[in-house]
Ligand binder design. Structure first.
Ligand SMILES: [Zn+2]
Ligand SMILES: [Zn+2]
Length: 168
């Protein structure tokens, strides 16, 4: 787990601290499928800015997830540039002015990074935006072999029966 201890940070209003750290990302379950971060550890930039009434935290990193395409089940790679921001009021009066990732002096960067990636996931993870998916009739991958089925095309089994009848 990556966390950042604020005890050693002494900032005056307007001052900013910049730190680079490594965050480990978990695998994500999404739409019943599993998406694995490659690499699991990514470099992240953390900025802590002291404002007059509180502290602003910002976190930046890139996540790359590998998993199955929603339409064709082929390999999909998702690149997610993440930019997240949290705010902690010096005198927190309501929950909106606090960040859930700050516990005491510890900022839980791992939990924050994981939630930020989960929030950035698109509705559907596709191998490419125009993925044609699988054929609903025969199940073949339409990206590899684009085709359609003729609705009136006779079933080959019926054709065989027809042939038998003609032979009589
Ligand atoms: Zn696909
Ligand atoms: Zn087909």
């Amino acid at each position: 787990m990556t966390s950042f201890n604020l005890r050693r940070v002494k900032l005056r209003p307007g001052e900013q601290l910049h730190d680079e750290l490594e965050v480990e990302l978990p695998a994500f379950e999404f739409g019943g499928q599993r998406y694995v971060p490659v690499p699991e550890q990514v470099p992240a930039e953390l900025e802590v800015t002291r404002a007059t009434t509180g502290t602003v935290f910002s976190l930046r990193f890139r996540a790359r997830l590998h998993g199955p395409c929603y339409r064709c089940l082929g390999d999909a790679v998702l690149e997610l540039p993440i930019e997240a921001r949290e705010y902690q009021d010096s005198v927190p009066e309501d929950e909106q002015m606090t960040t859930p990732y700050l516990v005491g002096d510890e900022l839980d960067v791992s939990a924050w990074a994981r939630d930020a990636v989960a929030l950035a996931l698109p509705d559907k993870i596709l191998c490419r935006p125009e993925c044609a998916g699988l054929c609903p009739v025969c199940g073949e991958n339409l990206n590899d072999r684009p085709h359609t089925h003729d609705e009136t095309e006779p079933d080959p089994r019926w054709a065989a029966l027809e042939a038998l009848r003609d032979d009589r």
